[in-house]
Design a binder for this molecule. Sequence first.
Ligand code: P6P
Length: 320
Amino acid sequence: MIELHQHLADADPGLQKIFQAIQQASLRVAQETGRAGLGADIYGAKGSENIQGEEQQKLDVYADNLFTDAFRKSGVIAGMASEEVDNALQFDESLDGRYVIMIDPLDGSSNIDVNVAIGTIFAIYERVSPVGQPLTPEDFLQAGSKQVASGYVSYSVSTQLVFSVGAGVHIFTLDPSSQEYMLIQENVTIPEDGKVYSINEVNFDDFNAPLQRFVQYCRDKRNEKGKRKYTGRYIGSLVADFHRNLLKGGIYVYPATVEAPNGKLRLLYEGNPMAFLITQAGGKATDGVQNILDIVPTELHQRCPLYIGSPVMMDEVMKP
Ligand code: P6P
């Protein structure tokens, strides 16, 4: 079995330190999420809202504090942007750091209290402003194609770290006894086609015509034996739906809706990192019109529709 640090031995030393920080913080989050309702009072709503106006869960804020502290101490990250914090954060003591990181510390956190999988999603870039100087907005508003690494931690049946540094997608499982991430799958590729579509169909009437056609196509399609080809699976946790589709094939769509005219998911720390991963795994990701990775962000927390998954299903959903 190969440990995370051995797998990253040839990566840039700065990236190695970032992944050490991710390992360190995610172990603590895994410990807390694994103690649902026991002891520490970190479950339930915090009684505050994030910039999205979404009710923050106590574990959201707890996870954000853990990752922020770990990134600050890494010494190689000049600053970060988090779903839980209105503005980007600059680490004054690490302005000679080459990297910036964007993170959703705990996506799907409304699922915490019902014991459903949740996840941390991150995107890593090299800063564009001069090393040693204060960060600029442009350091964070880079197209997803500029990512040097991205990944997620899935806190589920097991805790798994899935990431790419631009050389394939690899999956590590946390070994509870050693508290080390151990490699279980290397160079993961998404199946060309799949049987699963993940979308919240309550919004069907909001979908544009091409998406309504696609959903109806999935509902109607049968194989030569007359059996349904597709089934719906929507967990309500992006990391969980994405991970299943990555391994088994499928598509996840969170489109524009009446309530979320630009989609619900955020470009910088949900759409882009997942798009980087799926591209590395041979899949596709769009906003319903263009490759997500080509979008040049204008705002830190901007939202984007997200269509992501197996190439055959993506080609079908993208038909006009
Ligand atoms: P809805 C969780 O809040 C999340 O950001 C994703 O993890 C998930 O896929 C989606 O929103 C669920 O949103 O509107 O379908 O409940």
